[in-house]
Design a protein around this ligand. Structure first.
Ligand SMILES: [Zn+2]
Length: 441
């Protein structure tokens, strides 16, 4: 299959070839950052590192980490761009903002070549999902400064697809577009895929039967890498769903492939990945740790050893698709920022989703961490599908309580509410509430 890979030379490179590409790009990036970015000049000086001292990938640990908080503080101290910026402003072509749950979002700037790199890495992923130039693509992300819409749109266009611009359309208008035009590929957050399916069902529209969608891809949240969530999306659209993890500050850094092996391939020629344990040491294949990326192509804001706060597991097996790119087992497994400790047990919201979604009658859910009768407790609120009969409620509650107790290693309280009682999410979901840390008012 000659068309399986968009860039076979890189996607199937030998380890030696890939290391050569990475080493060359790393040296260029480092020299560029050390010369042109005041932020990195200061940072390297205070760490006592000369750019020339990093010659190979093995030298990378000599460099200090970069954090998102640092970048935000830098932009606040030197508004509006901060001085990570390593090119004159007139070379900048694009601005995007990271979505912020707290504080001001980070503004991220790109040159023309940086932007090409971002959407071209994204195009590699779409190609691996099976998207081809004959496809008609809808990128159903919101029109605004967030990168999701723009990168999905440009990536599909990069492959030669016909792309429908629906960023500013309502959900009703998008459903109408899907019914009227031969859209074959849909991109959106996993939460929005479920939201869209529910909205269509309310109008009596069966997206699986009444549209031509054959592929959906999902980014912004890790839901599509959770088997039960993916199965739900695939059933709703009658299509194959794929996970595309990305970061505004780095790249569309990974993708699943049509082999559907559970592995996520890493665009490691765009961004060099390190997976580090709590002591900052690289994990062995099969091990889990924090993902740290060094950008190998961006010139406007060239990030070195950027801590993503994402937890991933380095794969210890090969994908049958033949790609030699470094791979992770199952996408982003958790965010360090989302980690909760309850009675000494560490709980990630993703794990709750993995356990709750396989139950067909679970339409929506919410995770509440609370103090209950003097103890830390987890309350799982369930919004059931309207087809759940009163007689089945007790059974569902018992099964969920048991599955969650075994899966999380801690007893939880399950509350089955009324259909439609929980909020729905048309972008990224916020299903977690921690009442232990929320300030009462
Ligand atoms: Zn593969």
């Amino acid at each position: 299959m000659t068309t399986r890979y968009l860039e076979p030379r890189l996607e199937r490179a030998s380890r030696a070839e890939m290391s050569r590409v990475q080493t060359r790009r790393l040296r260029q990036q480092l020299a560029h950052a050390a010369t042109h970015s005041p932020f990195y000049r200061r940072k390297l000086r205070s760490a006592g590192v000369k750019a020339g001292a990093v010659r190979t990938l093995a030298d990378l640990p000599k460099l200090p980490f970069t954090t998102k908080d640092e970048l935000k503080e830098n932009q606040a101290a030197k508004p509006p761009w901060g001085d990570v910026l390593a090119v004159p402003l007139d070379e900048v072509l694009r601005i995007h903002m990271t979505s912020a749950t707290t504080g001001r979002p980070l503004a991220f700037l790109d040159t023309r070549d940086d932007w090409y790199g971002f959407y071209h890495s994204y195009a590699r992923a779409l190609h691996a999902f099976g998207v081809r130039r004959s496809d008609v693509v809808m990128a159903a992300f919101s029109y605004g400064p967030w990168i999701g819409y723009w990168s999905g749109f440009y990536a599909a266009q990069d492959l030669g697809c016909l792309v429908f611009p629906v960023g500013g359309l309502s959900t009703d208008q998008r459903i109408d577009t899907l019914l009227t035009y031969p859209v074959t590929v849909l991109g959106c957050t996993p939460s929005y895929a479920l939201f869209l399916a529910e909205a269509a069902a309310r109008k009596g529209v069966d997206l699986a039967r009444n549209t031509k969608i054959r592929i959906t891809w999902h980014t912004g949240e890790p839901g599509a890498s959770i088997p039960a969530t993916r199965a739900k999306i695939e059933a709703a659209f009658g299509a194959r769903a794929y996970d595309l993890p990305g970061l505004t500050e780095i790249a569309a850094w990974g993708f699943e492939c049509e082999a559907r092996s559970g592995l996520t391939h890493i665009n490691e020629d765009y961004c060099y990945p390190e997976v580090l344990d709590e002591q900052g040491r690289p994990v062995e294949p099969g091990g889990r740790g924090e993902l740290v990326f060094t950008s190998l192509y961006r010139k406007a804001m060239p990030l070195l050893r950027y801590r993503t706060r994402d937890i991933v597991q380095l794969a210890d097996r090969r994908c049958p698709c033949g790609r030699t790119l470094t791979a992770f087992e199952g996408g982003v497994l958790g965010r360090l920022d989302d980690m909760k400790k309850v009675r000494g047990v560490i709980v990630y919201p993703r794990r709750v989703e993995e356990l709750v979604r396989p139950h067909a009658h679970v339409q929506e859910f919410q995770i509440v961490f609370r103090r209950h009768e003097g103890l830390d407790d987890i309350l799982i609120r369930i919004d059931p599908s309207p087809s759940l009969s009163p007689a089945e409620r007790g059974g569902l509650q018992t099964k969920l309580t048991e599955d969650l107790r075994i899966g999380l290693g801690i007893r939880v309280t399950v509350d089955i509410g009324e259909p439609g009682s929980l909020p729905r999410w048309d972008h990224k979901a916020r299903r977690v509430r921690d009442e232990r840390t929320e300030v009462p008012f």
